[in-house]
Design a protein around this ligand. Sequence first.
Ligand code: PMP
Length: 301
Amino acid sequence: MSSQWIFMGDKLVKKEEAVISVYDHGFLYGDGVFEGIRVYSGNIFKLDDHLRRLYESAQSIMLNIPYTKEEMQQIIIDTVRKNQLDSAYIRVVVSRGPGNLGLDPTNCLQPRVIVIAEELALFPKELYERGLTVASVSSRRNRPDVLSPQVKSLNYLNNILVKLEANQAGAHEALMLNDQGYVTEGSADNIFIVKNGTIYTPPVYLGALEGITRNAIIDLARKNGYEMRETPFTRHDVYVADEVFLTGTAAEVIAVVEVDKRTISDGKPGEITNHLLSEFRKIVTTDGVHCYTSSADSATS
Ligand code: PMP
């Protein structure tokens, strides 16, 4: 098997050599930002949007990414190419870099860029056919004025804690509420509900990450003539919805058929959910940046 190459700092290295310092504040404090991106048949889906979100997260926490967006795009393309991947999952990490044991980031002089691209572990097909179970959890979503959910930071403990709660409840995924009890999102995905033909998703200011898949689905819903609203809603609205689905880079669009032991509608993935998933899969190979065309010519490899 050929070895896997990882971009570390300023070059591609073999996986075994891709190691970071124990003094890196990404490791010590979760101080840094990241993106999860997907490649479909050589097309890096919505790469511009992912780069925009990465740089906005970095701007918010005053982290200087040592590359321009254009350079970062080329690094990502080169990493996919070097690993000869066609369908892949990419993880881009920018950590504050090595410092001392104190938390003050001014001691970290060199932010560290890491790009990992690997074969995609697809969600099992049967999960799309059967749908997921979800449990609402007691831990609330980070308040936007404490640690904004818009910052895709390396500190994912809020999400990890709710995932643990979902596991304990025997559910596939967690449903997070904000401190006022409004529905926000899952541990790593956005939520949509359908009622009487209208599609609803919570506005991001309630405390949800502005998911790239979420935005793509909002666009597709409107293009396909559905009434699409960004409106606050509660757990009750989820329980009595006709359809519930989650969106995310890994999951794409996936039905939820049970929430807090309440069966949603007839307990099967709904028509609109399935329609939006099929519309979504039509755009994933074209909407983005292709790795293997001449316009993606490599600058670094
Ligand atoms: N919410 C959270 C907390 C996430 O981690 C993710 C995954 N990035 C999402 C929503 C979905 O976002 P996207 O569609 O950009 O993957």
